[in-house]
Design a protein around this ligand. Structure first.
Ligand code: AMP
Ligand code: FE
Ligand code: FE
Ligand code: ZN
Length: 285
């Protein structure tokens, strides 16, 4: 029966920038009536075991995953990765490098913000869990706690916007290197929310073909941040290159308006994704 309950393949816990622990996220997914979730924290697998433990005996299936940061020229491109080996040496080293780069970049952003607002680096660390993946959402939470903005969304529109003057990027591999790394670890790569910029094509068709040839499994088309125009282009690309279509919420707890199960993935697509992943196994709770 569980296969008939909704499948949500993109969620975040407090291991990165979600607001609920992996166990709380699992509970929320069960309460929302989901049958399967993927835990896809940014650049980290640290929440997998806690999610498995919490799902045990509940009937919820947890697909181990991650949202890998990549850089494509000036653009930050997110790559979902499923069912890879979390001990793979390349993945372990590369994600550690990304998390370290994120940490120092956030520190420098906060140094600039601190000249105009009353937050400190310690305030930001207080908003994140030990060893977690730091991002702008944790800076947003410090700004909220300090009364500078009302919520994360307001912070992203103003102080944390990339044009604010406080922003800087962080180290990440190219999308092609990311796909190769995930596939090399037995995993299944899916391009996350690839059409968030309207008609502007962040990744051109030829580059998507190159990713497909390297093992890209699918495109996350059903996602609230993809524009309608962008979705049409993605459907055409999926047909042209034989890419799968996924959908998911990108739930961040109370950190974003996205609700669990607001977009879902078809059971047949999940079955093919599971068949393709050889580096780790779904946890059937
Ligand atoms: P960073 O990883 O530091 O570049 O920050 C980007 C992250 O912030 C993304 O993973 C989103 O989950 C989150 N984010 C982006 N925009 C918003 C928003 N308007 N409200 C809440 N979170 C956001
Ligand atoms: Fe996020
Ligand atoms: Fe993302
Ligand atoms: Zn995400």
């Amino acid at each position: 029966m569980s296969v008939l309950r909704p499948i949500d393949l993109h969620t975040h816990s407090s291991v990165s920038d979600g607001t609920e622990s992996p166990a709380e996220l699992v509970r929320a997914a069960i309460d929302a009536g989901l049958g399967t979730i993927a835990l896809t924290d940014h650049d980290s697998t640290a929440g997998w075991q806690d999610a498995f433990d919490a799902a045990s005996g509940t009937g919820l299936t947890v697909i181990p995953g991650m949202e890998l940061s990549t850089n494509y020229g000036p653009a930050s491109v997110h790559m979902l990765a499923y069912l890879f080996d979390p001990m793979d040496a390349t993945i372990v080293a590369e994600t550690a490098r990304i998390r370290d780069g994120r940490m120092h970049r956030a520190e420098r952003i906060v140094e600039r913000i601190a000249k105009d607002y009353g937050i400190t680096w310690a305030d930001v660390l207080a908003q994140s869990v030990d060893g977690g993946t730091i991002g702008r959402p944790h800076i947003a939470d410090a700004l909220v706690a300090n009364g500078d903005v009302s919520d994360r969304s307001a912070a992203f529109k103003t102080i944390l916007h990339w044009r604010s003057g406080y922003y800087e990027k962080y180290y990440a591999p190219s999308p092609l290197a990311g796909v190769r790394m995930i596939v090399g670890a037995g995993g299944v790569p899916v391009l996350a929310h690839p059409a968030t910029h309207g008609r502007y094509r962040v990744i051109e068709d030829a580059a998507i073909k190159e990713l497909k040839d390297a093992g890209l499994f699918g495109l996350e088309i059903h996602h609230r941040d993809n524009t309608d125009d962008g979705k049409q282009r993605l459907y055409q690309l999926a047909r042209k290159f034989g890419l799968e279509v996924t959908g998911s919420s990108d739930y961040h707890g109370v950190g974003k308006p996205n609700r669990l199960g607001e977009n879902t993935t078809e059971p047949a697509v999940l079955a093919r994704l599971i068949a393709a992943g050889t580096g780790s196994a779904p946890f059937v709770g």
